[in-house]
Design a protein around this ligand. Structure first.
Ligand code: SAH
Ligand code: F3S
Length: 441
């Protein structure tokens, strides 16, 4: 049996794609997972190009792998994901040790690309966008983690002015409704209790159901009916497409968790317009309030970009204002990074990097303070949690996840991974909570 080692950069979508690459190589090519890079016959890097730094990491990694290849010339190196899609054959020009380059939409062609490369050792490149074809080639899962990702749509048509995703992942295409339900059922039969529906613009899911366009809300209703599925999450939502029926399911589907990631990016209408986000602060806040009316205990996390071209002190202050008004939980924030072929990269920008770093610091301090505040408030409460893994530091302990996706470490009694459990929260730390078993539920 040959061995493959996969390293994944970037988002949950990439994590999902990497898992699918492994499924494919296992079922079609008799590969098994290598425990280390040194043991592998094939090294795959699934790359991210959302920010410049992420992209730089790729060539550093290839450099490290080249050293392994120097002492094992039969080793193959394959580069997939968004940098592969963006750079294509330039990767092989810059790093000739790379054998295969494939994009997010052509990962199902990996077995063929490997075979072709083995014939005459010539490099193989396929970064096309053959619609949703890849899902027709990916085997139905025969295993299930307690919490599993399921991709429901691919790509994005929004073309926010700063974002490379529409260029690297292509236009939006939704998977067929019933295919998704079949995948969820297969996962549920294999022990999955929580389903995390994925898409770059997940709330614009329009998969066909009996020939008609469906919606994310309809999908959630049907996923909730599948036996053993007790929690549903979805990411990432665009505020513009968060339609009324999706707000309504918060009132009618208890399996849908009381937590949603809703990237706002900026609190300034001027910047939102330059970003081409298609909503104003007022509209965003109205959406938050409508979701809260359907589900009063909702919590929200978000993404922020600081230092967008020509962001003024006033614009930045408006971002701090919306942070304080919504009281976001567990958010992500980044300094704007110019990306190839995006309109924002051409916009004049007079804000010095030092100022941008200072703003990021101020924002992150406030976001961390808010997030830690939520954690502290949970101390003393009882939380329904899903046991997802053994603790990394202490194998005698387990990790469980709360509804707002915090990790709780605790000492189990008669529990196993995949059980739901009520945990009393004893203490809160920066990145996790400590809990104790409340009862044997
Ligand atoms: N579909 C999601 C975003 C996916 S990208 C949405 O609608 O918001 C994940 C996050 O990366 C974005 O929310 C944004 O905050 C950040 N990001 C994207 N492009 C960026 C860039 N050029 N510079 C800095 N951060 C960026
Ligand atoms: Fe990117 Fe905007 Fe789509 S942030 S992924 S272009 S919604």
């Amino acid at each position: 049996m040959k061995k493959v080692f996969i390293k994944t950069h970037g988002c949950q979508m990439n994590e999902y794609d990497s898992a699918k690459m492994l499924d494919l190589l296992r079922s079609e090519e008799d590969y098994e997972l290598a425990e280390s890079e040194q043991q592998a016959d094939l090294l795959i890097l699934n790359t991210c190009s959302i920010r410049e730094k992420a992209q730089e990491k790729v060539f550093h990694q290839i450099g490290r792998w080249k050293k392994i290849k120097d002492s094992n010339p039969d080793l193959k190196i394959a580069i997939g994901g968004c940098v592969a899609s963006q750079e294509g054959e330039k990767i092989i020009k810059r790093a000739p040790s790379v054998d295969i380059v494939f994009g997010p939409q052509t990962l199902h062609k990996l077995p063929d690309l490997i075979k072709n490369n083995e014939i005459d050792d010539r490099s193989q490149i396929d970064i096309s966008f053959p619609k949703i074809e890849k899902f027709d080639h990916i085997p139905t899962p025969d295993y299930g983690e307690p919490s599993s990702f399921v991709s429901v749509m691919e790509g994005c048509n929004k073309y926010c002015s700063f974002c490379v995703v529409p260029h690297t992942r292509g236009h939006e295409v939704s998977r067929n409704f019933d295919d998704i339900l079949n995948e969820v059922s297969a996962l549920a039969d294999n022990g999955t209790r929580e389903i995390h529906l994925l898409g770059q613009n997940v709330n614009n899911f329009k998969g066909l159901q009996n020939g008609d366009k469906s919606s994310l809300a309809k999908l959630i209703v049907e996923v909730a009916k599948i036996a053993n599925i007790e929690r549903i999450r979805f990411t990432t939502s665009h505020p513009h497409e968060f339609k009324d029926d999706l707000v309504e399911v918060y009132g009618s589907v208890p399996e849908l968790v009381s937590h949603v990631h809703l990237p706002v990016q900026s609190g300034s209408d001027r910047i939102l317009k330059l970003m081409r986000r298609r909503y104003t602060v007022e509209k965003y806040l109205d959406l938050i309030n409508r979701i809260k009316s359907a589900r009063p205990d909702m919590s929200f996390s978000s993404d922020f970009i600081v230092g967008f071209p020509d962001e003024s002190e006033e614009d930045f202050q408006a971002t701090m204002d919306i942070v304080n008004e919504v009281g976001f939980d567990e958010s992500y924030s980044f300094i704007y990074s110019p990306r190839p072929n995006t309109p924002a990269a051409e916009m004049p920008d007079c804000v010095p990097l030092e100022e941008k770093k200072l703003r990021l610091d101020i924002l992150q301090n406030r976001l961390n303070q808010l997030s830690y505040g939520y954690s502290r408030k949970m101390v003393g409460s009882t939380q329904n949690c899903l046991i997802t893994a053994r603790s990394k530091k202490d194998p005698g302990e387990f990790q469980a996840r709360t509804i707002n996706d915090r990790v709780v470490n605790f000492r189990p009694k008669k529990h196993k991974i995949g059980d739901f459990i009520n945990l009393k929260i004893l203490d809160a730390y920066t990145n996790s909570l400590r809990g104790e078993v409340k009862d044997l539920s």
